[in-house]
Design a protein around this ligand. Sequence first.
Ligand code: PLP
Length: 389
Amino acid sequence: METQPLRVPAASVRGGIPAFEVMRVIDAVVARRALGLPIFDLSAGQPSTPAPATVRAAAAQAIDADRLGYTNALGIPPLRAAIARHYRHTDSLEVAAGSVAVTTGSSGGFLLAFLAAFDPGDTVVMARPGYPAYRNMLAALGCTVVELPCGPETRFQPTVAQLDALPAAPQGIVLASPANPTGTMVAPGELAAITAWCDRNGVRVVSDEIYHGITYGEPAVSSWRFSRSAIVVNSFSKYFSMTGWRAGWLLVPDELLDSVDRLAGNFTICPPALSQVAAVAAFDAYDELDANVQRYKHNRDLLLRRLPTVGLDRLAPADGAFYIYADVARWTDDSLGFAARLLAETGVAVAPGVDFDPVEGGHFIRMCFAGDTAEIDRAVDLLGEWLPR
Ligand SMILES: Cc1ncc(COP(=O)(O)O)c(C=O)c1O
C-alpha cells in the first residue's frame, strides 16, 4: 500500500523571536560548576539571597494549612490590598486595591499589559539599550517596535525631544527606571514631562518599575504619581528577592481593568497560589530587604571604584538596579565571543551587550553586582589580569 509522505507543520513566524544570549552564558556557568571549576558569576540578573524569612515561613504554613487551589484571576484580595498599601509606604501614593492585578512575575504582567493596550500593527517605542523581552514580546504580538538610541548623554534614557522628533505619535512607550542593563533612572521632572507628552498625544505608557526599592541616590518615583493612564509593572523578583516564585503585579488604569481580568483568566487562570499567599508576608520584611540593598550599594561602589583601575572606565552610572553596563570597545565588537572567552579563561561570567542592544551591544558587557562582595572583588582582579593593556 502506498503511504503518503508525512508533512510536518511549520512553526509560527512569531515564535522565531531571538533567545536571551545570557542563557548560553548561564548554561556554560552550570557546566563549569559541574566540573568543579571556579566561577565568579556576574551574569544572571538576580539577588543571591533567598526570599525574606517572613515569606518562607508563610509559605511553609500555607503548604500545611491551605488548600492552595485556583485564586481570583487578578490575585487574592489580601495581596492586592498589601500591594496597594506598599505605595503609601514607598511613594506616599493612594492606590486602590481594585487597581492592582497580581501577575506571574512582571513577565506575565508585561504580556497582559501589552495584550490589553496594543493591537497587531501598533507602534511601541522604547530605549535602546533595554531589557530584550519588551522588544521580543511585542514583536511576537505583531507590534512594530521602534528603538530610540539612548547614550550616556541622556543617561541611556529617552527624552521628550526624541518623542517630538518621531514622524508620528506611537501607540505606546515602554519606560524603565531604573533600567536594565544600565541601572540609570529618569529624573522625576523628565518622567513628569514624558508622561504629560504621552497623555497629550494618546500614547499608552508602560512603566517598568521592577527595580524600585533598589536605588543608590534619590528614590525612584512611580509613573502613577504623574499619570493614571500609565500601566505600572512591578515584581517580587528583585527588591523582594523572589525571582523563582513568579509573582509580580500591575497597576491598571480603570479603562483596562476589565480587559486585564478577562485576559488573565483565559491565559493563566491565576498566578501561583502559594507564591501569592507567601508574598503577603514580604511587606513585613522591609528591614531585611533594605539590608540587601546596602550590600548591593557596597558592591556597586566597589565596582565603580575598581573597574577604572583595570582599564574599564566607560561605565553607566548605575543609579539603581544591580548592574554595571561597561563599554568594552577598546577590546572587542563581539561581546558574545568576549564573554565566552572571559568565562572559559578566567571563570568570570558576564552578560553580553548584544542581548540589550542589537546595534551597539557588540561592544558592551553587563556585570551584575547582586552577589557576594568577595566574589565580585576577585572577579575584578581576574578581569584586570586578563584584559590586554
Ligand atoms: C527590567 C526588567 N523587567 C522585567 C524583568 C522580568 O522579571 P520577572 O518576570 O522575574 O518579574 C526583568 C528581569 O530581569 C528585568 O530586568
